[in-house]
Structure formats: structure tokens, C-alpha cells
Design a protein around this ligand. Structure first.
Ligand code: ADP
Length: 497
């Protein structure tokens, strides 16, 4: 088959039809209900103990810290009460030896030291005031409440959440390994080290990044009803939304304010449909999963998020390169029997290694609509070390990448639509004139051209949403969930003290 026909046939395998989208939504709704009833289901539906979202009028000075990977971020956030805020932050790399420290204390003591340094650098006046008062009052702890910063702690590792500022570590990921911390309450670990340094800081909330995104969006977006969903489409994908308390049937352990009748639920939708009832499954999806560190798990995420889309494309490209009769990145002068030597790609190209194709190049492919695809061809040369890719090579690459990206966006629409339907936002007469607001964050949704347009295209064909519904759904970028979002959760938590 000629290259163009090959690319077309492969792209067709990534088609995710309107009918598929609708089936996906029905199954998503079913799995959401299941997750609200019991533990151990595909969608974890974790209650977060956050029972209200902000409306933009919140005021005050709060702190937030974020431990999620290689860096530790410390910030203070001044909420101005008019949907705007001022954020001051510092970032420090976590020393490698602390990621595998013997005791949790070593890591958390380092985090507390960074908080102290931040306070001394950026809030010296308040810090000094606190120290002076501490010396003059006789309380054993020495805190004067108004001096105490409430802090939201974004901790992006698997957690069993037991309350708004309580959660035990299930396991470490991303290169951390401190067995001593497993099963312990990470907020208490941090508070203990903060107290040892006598800092005026109270760990008020344990924050998941999707909940932070939802809160950040609710504070900054205009409109009286606030956002209903915060969603991440970055390295991974996940969403948190506002659920009616009465729909959460499984037991909850922590205490919470019941007056709003709502609670934010963290869906952990990356594992939607791990059983593959409705998710599409091409031979490349199968291969990607088989070669991943967690086969059979995070099956939705493996079709939607930035970490995996590039790898899917890479697997397709490599398969095409192996076909002797397809003129795809071929070195016409080679008569070698080794498939790699028949290509015009450097033998050391990352294209030949797992994870060697960054999803970012798919954005370049989607953005380049020039007749000669000059930018994409240049990018293929610089990032993947293809020597002088032809226009036909680049066209085939663009077509396949586009099909994978389009399927991801349509799958994203499945989750978004299911949650819009679950919350009843489109049919609620009280908010009939309001947009249904959704906050999103992550490089994929931010930088992949037309990602949101493709989501909308799918939303329009979904039963219960339709043209009119899609028009009311407003998907907007919500930056800084782990900063302002975490601060807002600390604020909500402080109100519950
Ligand atoms: P995180 O989710 O880890 O906070 P990001 O939101 O920046 O971080 O997402 C990083 C992921 O997004 C990576 O998997 C990367 O391949 C992908 N990515 C980075 N830049 C782009 C881009 N321009 N277009 C599409 N995907 C991108």
C-alpha cells in the first residue's frame, strides 16, 4: 500500500464515532455511580471533605506547598476578594538522598525548613510579630491565632484521605522511597516538623491537584454558580467535581460540614473502564499497555494523557518503519536487511526507545497547516533526528498524530459530558441562564491546537448535551491549582475549624 493509504487506514483505526462517544458516556455514568456506592471499583470516586467552592469574594493571606515530584514549591497567596490574587512563590529541588531517606522525619524536616526560609524572606514582618508575641504570652504552644498562616498541602502521591487535613500515604511513586512514611498521615508529619521550628503555620488542608484546579477556577471565573468540574490533561488525567452528599452512598470516615449538601469528589478517572467495556483498543493500545509498568491499570489515561499519546504514536511509526514496502522515512539508497538501516533516521534517535517521542511534537504537527509542512519537518529533524524528511513523510506523520489526538479529545469529552449530566447542571432551573463552568489545566489541553474544539465537537453529539448544551458548557484554563487552589481549600477548611 502506498504511504498515504497506509496512514489513512491506520488513522481510521483511531476513529471514535459519535455512537462510541455516547456509549462511553453511559458507561462513565454507570461507573461513577458504582464508585459512589462502594470501594474497589474502576472509578475510585474519593470523597475529599471539601464541601463548598469559592465565589471570588474570598479574602486573606494563605500559604500553599506542593510536593509532587522533583521540586518542592512554597507560596503565599493574597486573595483580594475580587476574583484576583497575588501569588509569591519559591521552588527548590528535593535533594535526591531525601527522596530515599531512612525516615519520613528527614524529608519533612527539610520541607519545614523551606517553609521557614520562605516566611523569613517574604513575610518577615508577620513572622517577627509572631516571634515577639510568642515570647510575651504564656500559652504552651505560643500561637496567637490571627498570626497563624493556614496552609494547603498539595501532595501528589496516592493517599487515603480521611479528612480535610488528614490522609495516609498508600505508596510512594516518581522515585520516592521512604518506607517509614507508608501508612502515616502526611499532614501530621509536616505539622510536627513545622511545630519543632515554632513556625506560625497550620496545615489546614490536604489537596489533590484536580480539586485545586476546581477551586482556582471557581474563584477566578465570573458567574454566580462557580465551576462544577476541575480537570487535568497533562502528564496524567483526572477530574474532581461537585457531587450531592446524598449521592455518596459509601461510608465516609472523616468529619465534614453537611450544610451545603455537596462534596467535591475526586473521580480518579484515569482508571475509567480498566475492564475495557467501552474503551477503544487498537493493537498499539494493547502493545503500549503490555509494555507499561502497570498493565491493565489506568486504561483511560493511557488513551488520553500527555505521557502516553506520544508513545502510542511512536509505536505506530515504528511499525510502519518496519514495513519494507512502505516509503515512510526511508533511505532510498539502502539495501540493508536490517529495518533500522533502511530508514533516514539516526540510529541513536529516541524514536527507537520507549517514551522516546514527546507528545509536544503532536502539537507541532497539528499546528502546522502550511502546504510544505516546513515547521513539522524541521521539528522531525531536530527532535527525532530524521534526515531531510519528505513532505509525504510529514503528511503521514501529521495524519496519524492527528487521529490519536482527536481520539484523546473525544474521550476527554466523554468524561466531561458524563460529569455535566451527573451534576444535572444543564437542567437545573436555578442556573438556567448561567454557563456550566469547567476549569482545566495541563499542557495537553493548553497547548495542543484545537483540543478544546474537538472536545466541543464531540459534546454536541452527546445525548442530553446536544448543540444547546454544548453552547452553555464553558471550558476555561485554570492555572495554579496547587497555589491559589490549595490556598482556597485551606480557607474553606479554616472556616470549619
Ligand atoms: P504535569 O501534568 O506533570 O503537571 P504538564 O501539564 O506540563 O505537567 O504536562 C506534561 C505532559 O504534557 C507531558 O507528558 C508532555 O509530553 C506533554 N506536553 C508538553 N508540552 C506539550 C505540548 N506543547 N503539546 C502537547 N503535549 C505536551
Amino acid at each position: 500500500m502506498a504511504l498515504e493509504a497506509e496512514a489513512k487506514a491506520i488513522s481510521a483505526k483511531f476513529d471514535y464515532t459519535d455512537e462510541d462517544v455516547n456509549k462511553g458516556v453511559q458507561e462513565f455514568l454507570r461507573q461513577m455511580s458504582e464508585g459512589l456506592e462502594k470501594d474497589g471499583t474502576s472509578l475510585s470516586q474519593i470523597p475529599t471533605y471539601v464541601t463548598a467552592v469559592p465565589n471570588g469574594t474570598e479574602k486573606g493571606l494563605y500559604m500553599a506547598v506542593d510536593l509532587g515530584g522533583t521540586n518542592f514549591r512554597v507560596c503565599s497567596i493574597n486573595l483580594n476578594g475580587d476574583s484576583t490574587f497575588h501569588l509569591t512563590y519559591t521552588k527548590v529541588a528535593i535533594p535526591k538522598e531525601l527522596m530515599v531517606a531512612k525516615t519520613a522525619e528527614e524529608l519533612f524536616a527539610f520541607l519545614a525548613q523551606q517553609i521557614e526560609l520562605f516566611l523569613r524572606t517574604h513575610h518577615e514582618e508577620q513572622f517577627e510579630k509572631h516571634l515577639r508575641r510568642r515570647m510575651t504570652i504564656s500559652s504552651p504552644v505560643g500561637f496567637v491565632d490571627e498570626d497563624v498562616f493556614r496552609l494547603g498541602f498539595t501532595f501528589s502521591f496516592p493517599i487515603q484521605q480521611l479528612g480535610i487535613n488528614k490522609g495516609t500515604l498508600i505508596r510512594w511513586t516518581k522515585g520516592f522511597d521512604i518506607p517509614d512514611a507508608i501508612g502515616k498521615d502526611v499532614c501530621a508529619l509536616l505539622q510536627k516538623e513545622i511545630d519543632k521550628l515554632h513556625l506560625p503555620v497550620k496545615v489546614a488542608a490536604l489537596v489533590n491537584d484536580t480539586v485545586g484546579t476546581l477551586m482556582a477556577r471557581s474563584y477566578t471565573s465570573p458567574g454566580k454558580s462557580g465551576a462544577i468540574l476541575g480537570a487535568i490533561f497533562g502528564t496524567g488525567t483526572n477530574g474532581a467535581y461537585i457531587e450531592k452528599l446524598s449521592n455518596i452512598k459509601k461510608p465516609m470516615q472523616g468529619e465534614y460540614d453537611q450544610s451545603t449538601g455537596d462534596m467535591v469528589v475526586n473521580t480518579e478517572w484515569g482508571s475509567f473502564d480498566n475492564q475495557l467495556n467501552v474503551l477503544p483498543n487498537t493493537p498499539w493500545d494493547v502493545e503500549l499497555d503490555k509494555e507499561s509498568i502497570n498493565p491493565g491499570i489506568q486504561m483511560y489515561e493511557k488513551r488520553v494523557s500527555g505521557m502516553f499519546l506520544g508513545e502510542l504514536l511512536r509505536l505506530v511509526v515504528v511499525e510502519l518503519l518496519k514495513k519494507p514496502h512502505v516509503a515512510f522515512f526511508k533511505d532510498e539508497s539502502s539495501d540493508s536487511n536490517d529495518w533500522k538501516s533502511t530508514t533516514n533516521i539516526s540510529p541513536t534517535s529516541s524514536l527507537y526507545s520507549q517514551w522516546g517521542l514527546d507528545t509536544a511534537i503532536m502539537s507541532v504537527a497539528a499546528a502546522d497547516n502550511t502546504p510544505e509542512l516546513v515547521t513539522l519537518r524541521q521539528e522531525l529533524e531536530t527532535t527525532l533526528h530524521v534526515y531531510a524528511p519528505s513532505l509525504e513523510d510529514a503528511q503521514a506523520f501529521k495524519a496519524i498524530a492527528g487521529a490519536i489526538g482527536r481520539r484523546a479529545a473525544r474521550l476527554a469529552a466523554v468524561a466531561i459530558a458524563a460529569i455535566v449530566l451527573q451534576t444535572g447542571s444543564l437542567t437545573n432551573p436555578e442556573t438556567a441562564d448561567e454557563p456550566v463552568d469547567i476549569g482545566v489545566d495541563g499542557s495537553l489541553v493548553e497547548y495542543y491546537p484545537y483540543f478544546r474544539d474537538m472536545i466541543y465537537e464531540a459534546l454536541r453529539v452527546i445525548e442530553g448535551v446536544g448543540e444547546e448544551g454544548a453552547k452553555r458548557i464553558r471550558i476555561g484554563i485554570a492555572k495554579d491549582g496547587s497555589g491559589v487552589g490549595a490556598a482556597l481549600i485551606a480557607l474553606v477548611a479554616a472556616g470549619m475549624e
